[in-house]
Design a binder for this molecule. Structure first.
Ligand SMILES: NC(=O)c1ccc[n+]([C@@H]2O[C@H](COP(=O)([O-])OP(=O)(O)OC[C@H]3O[C@@H](n4cnc5c(N)ncnc54)[C@H](OP(=O)(O)O)[C@@H]3O)[C@@H](O)[C@H]2O)c1
Length: 268
């Protein structure tokens, strides 16, 4: 029987994607295959993903016209991995490889292949990622729906033109690191003011989660929610004034611009 989907690279992202797809009943375990070059990692995947075929290479006999593939390897390994996928006759490929254009991947395949490029982010590991997808030159709306349904198993998916993927990389791709820096600094601030590290961490992490929940549950804008907690002349207003004096807003604008520019450089 041919596989419905082959995930090439069963590391952090590939493993999380496989788990998310089965949880979301996108496919059954027996319809899924993970191709992974590391022996140790294959052992770990066999325990984590019972019923899924964990292989060291793709067998062309287990591929038919409906089989799709997801490239989840590091950029240095992507062309090799794509070459072995192409040799099996797979005609639909979703790539999560950072900085590799659809044109570059299309050039690796021996025939026309529908290539969809995406930029997911780290919360995919918790099934709460944010991904953007863009189609290459041979892609139909059916191919984009297919890619969206795959990444939709591990979070939200938006569609953008491929040229916007560098901006997505600098925004949602890098954003977990920006937020962890903010969280780290706030925990430290609580400690500086006399709280124990444990208490400060618990307060900061719970407030972060609660604030995110309010954004999605109320549908209110961040400006509205911020105004709601900022009484005129009050404590929060005093704190926000210091952040504005330190140009925190401008720092985020510059950070996203710098990360997007770096993504453009790496993709050249
Ligand atoms: N992690 C993130 O937050 C994130 C976010 C957005 C996009 N991405 C992109 O996602 C991709 C995967 O990242 P990751 O963090 O999941 O990497 P990872 O943990 O290193 O996983 C990649 C796995 O693929 C294996 N591999 C390498 N070449 C292979 C081949 N030809 N066939 C089969 N398996 C192969 C690697 O084995 P070896 O270790 O033996 O090489 C490794 O176990 C990267 O291109 C990255 O740019 C990651």
């Amino acid at each position: 029987m041919a596989f419905t989907l082959i995930i090439v690279g069963g590391g952090h992202m590939g493993g999380a994607l496989a788990e998310g797809l089965i949880k979301a009943t996108w496919c059954t375990a027996s319809e899924l295959c993970v191709v992974e070059s590391s022996l140790d990692q294959r052992g770990a995947l066999e325990v984590r993903l019972p019923g899924v075929s964990i292989l060291s290479a793709i067998d062309p006999n287990e591929v038919d016209t409906k089989t799709g593939a997801v490239l989840c390897v590091k950029p240095d390994h992507a062309e090799n991995a794509a070459r072995s996928v192409g040799a099996t006759g797979v005609t639909r490929v979703l790539s999560i490889v950072a900085g590799m254009s659809t044109a570059r991947l299309e050039a690796v395949f021996p025939g026309p292949v529908a290539v969809i490029r995406s930029m997911p982010n780290m919360p995919v590991l918790a099934g709460k990622g944010a991904s953007a997808i863009a189609g290459g030159s041979n892609v139909t709306s059916e191919d984009l729906n297919w890619a969206q349904s795959i990444l939709g198993a591990v979070g939200v998916v938006v569609r953008v033109p491929e040229r916007n993927l560098d901006v997505v990389t600098g925004l949602s791709g890098s954003m977990p690191a920006y937020l962890y820096l903010v969280i780290e600094a706030l925990i430290e601030a609580g400690v500086h003011q006399g709280l124990s590290r444990e208490v400060s961490r618990e307060l900061v992490v719970a407030t972060f989660e609660g604030s995110a929940a309010l954004l999605s549950e109320t549908g209110k804008s961040p400006e509205e929610l911020r105004a709601q907690v900022t009484s005129p002349g009050g404590t929060t207003a005093a704190g926000l004034r210091v952040l504005e004096n330190h140009a925190v807003r401008a720092a985020f604008l510059d950070a996203v611009a710098a990360a997007a520019e770096r993504s453009r450089q790496l993709g050249r």
